[in-house]
Design a protein around this ligand. Structure first.
Ligand code: SAM
Ligand code: FES
Length: 356
């Protein structure tokens, strides 16, 4: 415990560890270390956000994808997937019902679907921002050119989510077909930041072949990028993918990584993900208690929810948006937190507040 505690203290004081230290901390973690970490994580969570949990309304607008990521249930090679696209009108309706429920952030997420051309996407972004100028709009559309990101930003998109998935090149190869590269994905993230998006990255915990060394590289990359958000959740196998027989990520390690991220970058936006809620009925609550401060309820029409099946047994596929929101609100209340409606913009750390 002493060595792991020392490393957590060093992380808290300096916000940095060497690769070797990260590996040691992740490898040698135990229950006592985790309890200590979560206490420190909650200290920073409360300092920056009090007991406020931000909500982002997720609209899964297409499950067509040209990519073939080995872990993903909507990869192009999954012939069993029932494909769908929402129309612009349906997307606007999702925003409308979300707005009524108090959502002030919409996240448009989908596979890399060429049917939605740049023009169509620009039109959708403009329409949402015109109708809901007080809302933040987040895009999660995968890898695009810098020019495309720039145009979408100028059209009004405020934020972009693109998980780097794994910062290790070899491990990236293990998870993706050869036409995708870790370098390109990371370059996209630097482009997004440079353009001015509030940028989110992240990775799966327990993806096939992942080692403490890979997780150490993830932490070093996130420290370097300094994103505004980091979405991490367990890898959960999908029965129609090449990884159907692989073991999934654990709650225990996912929570530990959430705690480390909170202590490393105390004002980071950190979602308690649906994947975490899928592998443990109390997963999202545990995520919040480990330092997370965002939840992302689903605003997609119930008729398509089951079709956006990234992994098996995904939760919240039957509930209306209102039910989802109420359920999360109750869950947060039960553990002493409050779901809030405002945009929950990233607030840069003031120098004097900096713990470093
Ligand atoms: N196409 C966009 C992209 O690539 O960023 C957004 C959609 S993609 C399905 C969103 C995220 O789902 C990915 O970044 C990945 O981390 C996560 N995901 C996909 N398959 C998963 C699985 N089997 N278990 C857990 N998370 C998964
Ligand atoms: Fe494209 Fe998963 S392979 S979204």
């Amino acid at each position: 415990m002493n060595r792991t505690k020392q490393l957590i203290d060093k992380l808290e004081k300096t916000s940095r560890l060497t690769k070797e230290e990260w590996i040691a901390l992740i490898q040698d973690r135990n229950q006592a270390a985790a309890q200590y970490l979560f206490e420190r994580a909650r200290y920073w969570q409360h300092k920056y956000f009090g007991n406020r949990i931000y909500t982002r309304g997720l609209i899964e607008f297409t499950n067509y994808c040209k990519n073939d990521c080995y872990y993903c249930g909507i990869r192009r090679s999954n012939r069993q997937a029932v494909r769908y696209r929402l129309t612009k009108e349906q997307i606007m309706e999702c925003c409308g019902s979300g707005y009524e429920l108090g959502f002030r952030t919409f996240v448009l997420q989908g596979g890399e679907d060429g049917w939605f051309t740049q023009e169509k996407l620009l039109e959708i972004v403009r329409a949402i921002k015109k109708e809901y100028p007080d809302c933040a709009l987040t895009l999660s559309l995968g890898e695009r050119s810098k020019e495309s990101y720039e145009e979408l930003f100028r059209a009004g998109a405020d934020r972009y989510l693109l998980r780097h998935e794994t910062a290790d090149r070899q491990h990236y190869r293990r998870l993706h077909p050869p036409e995708l590269s870790a370098e390109n994905r990371r370059q996209c993230l630097w482009d997004l930041k440079e353009i001015g998006y509030q940028t989110g990255t992240g990775f799966m915990v327990g993806s096939p072949g992942q080692t403490p060394e890979h997780l150490a590289e993830d932490m070093l990359f996130i420290r370097e990028l300094e994103p505004h958000m980091a979405g991490i959740g367990p890898f959960v196998p999908h029965h129609e993918t090449p990884f159907s027989q692989e073991a999934g990520g654990t709650v225990e390690l996912t929570l530990f990584m959430i705690g480390l991220l909170r202590v490393m970058l105390p004002n980071l936006l950190l979602p308690a993900t649906t994947a975490l809620g899928t592998i443990d009925p109390q997963g999202r609550e545990k995520g919040i208690q480990a330092g997370a401060n965002v939840v992302m309820p689903n605003l997609s029409p119930t008729s398509v929810r089951k079709k956006y099946e990234l992994y098996d047994n995904k939760i919240c596929t039957g509930d209306e948006a209102a039910e989802c929101r109420n359920c999360l609100s109750k869950r947060m209340k039960n553990i002493g937190y409050e779901l809030v409606s405002d945009r929950g913009d990233y607030r840069g750390r003031k120098k004097e507040e900096n713990h470093v």
